[in-house]
Design a protein around this ligand. Structure first.
Ligand SMILES: NC(=O)c1ccc[n+]([C@@H]2O[C@H](COP(=O)([O-])OP(=O)(O)OC[C@H]3O[C@@H](n4cnc5c(N)ncnc54)[C@H](OP(=O)(O)O)[C@@H]3O)[C@@H](O)[C@H]2O)c1
Length: 256
């Protein structure tokens, strides 16, 4: 790894002329990932997808609108990306929800469970990324390394669950991890140079973690730029043999 968290990471294993997509480019980590890729000479086209669909005139800075609650927007974004880039080499889904006002709050007890909050968590954390996979996996390059990565979370690990709580978030991330594994098996059949993985970014200083940072030691709270650089370095080191699993920011494998 390089010395400074703000340095752009190496992406050497992907070669040059990389066509990259960040889904959720308005989020804390998504924005930082896009920022690193934007500064990399190896990246030719960078597509930033988000619900709000901001645009800019920068040639490498193409914004497309997409909302997980409407599959048609995902299909349209994929078609627009394919028209400009042809094939893709790096797709990172950086969306997710842990809390959203009264609609979703991490549950401390089963007494707080509501069907609507669980539905929302599953729709955004598991079903949304699966629909992105449906429309974007077919665009991955066949003859060189390519990667489809989704930001998941260590709390989605069943084996690692020692504290309990956060039912909807944990369960939706566990479902996401299963979807990633299943997608990776099908992907390997026709895209032998591609990998499909989950990534745990560490605890990162974003709007998602803000209400829950009280007990987090300062040295273990990453800035979005720092986490994004670690995650891109992990993707650079992974090979298709690593497909189907969840990897933490330091490259270690998180148990299922
Ligand atoms: N931060 C952490 O400590 C931490 C730890 C472990 C795992 N993670 C995971 O890392 C990922 C990114 O988290 P973050 O901290 O960067 O969160 P964040 O800053 O809150 O960003 C969340 C992103 O998800 C998007 N999103 C939410 N609902 C959506 C929908 N219906 N359709 C499309 N996009 C939607 C948001 O778009 P809008 O801007 O349009 O709302 C935003 O881009 C999440 O999967 C999270 O679970 C984070």
């Amino acid at each position: 790894m390089q010395d400074h968290p703000m340095d752009s990471p190496e992406l050497g294993s992907f070669g040059t002329g990389i066509n990259a997509v960040i889904v959720g480019a308005t989020g804390g980590i998504g924005m930082a990932l896009a920022h690193h890729l934007d500064r990399s000479d190896a990246v030719s086209n960078l597509f930033r997808l988000s619900r709000s669909g901001r645009r800019s005139e920068h040639i490498k800075d193409l914004w497309l609108q997409m909302d997980f609650e409407n599959e048609e927007t995902i299909a349209k974004a994929a078609a627009a990306v394919e028209e400009v880039a042809g094939e893709l080499h790096l797709v990172i889904v950086a969306t997710g929800i842990l809390h959203d006002g009264d609609r979703v709050q991490p549950e401390k007890t089963w007494r707080s469970l509501t069907g609507s909050a669980m539905e929302t968590a599953f729709r955004i954390n598991a079903i949304g990324p699966a629909l992105v996979a449906k429309h974007f996996l077919p665009l991955l390059a066949k003859d060189r390394k390519s990667a489809f990565a989704v930001l998941s979370a260590r709390v989605g690990s069943i084996e690692d669950n020692r504290l309990g709580g956060w039912y909807a978030y944990r369960a939706s991330k566990a479902a996401l991890n299963m979807l990633i594994k299943t997608l990776s098996i099908e992907l390997a059949r026709s895209f032998p140079n591609a990998l499909c993985v989950g990534l745990h970014p560490g605890t990162v200083d974003t709007a998602l973690s803000a209400p829950f940072q009280k007990g987090v030691a300062q040295e273990t709270l990453f800035s979005p730029a720092q986490s994004a650089r670690y995650l891109l370095s992990v993707l650079d080191r992974l090979t298709p043999d690593n497909s189907g699993h969840l990897y933490a920011w330091d490259g270690s494998r998180v148990p299922p």
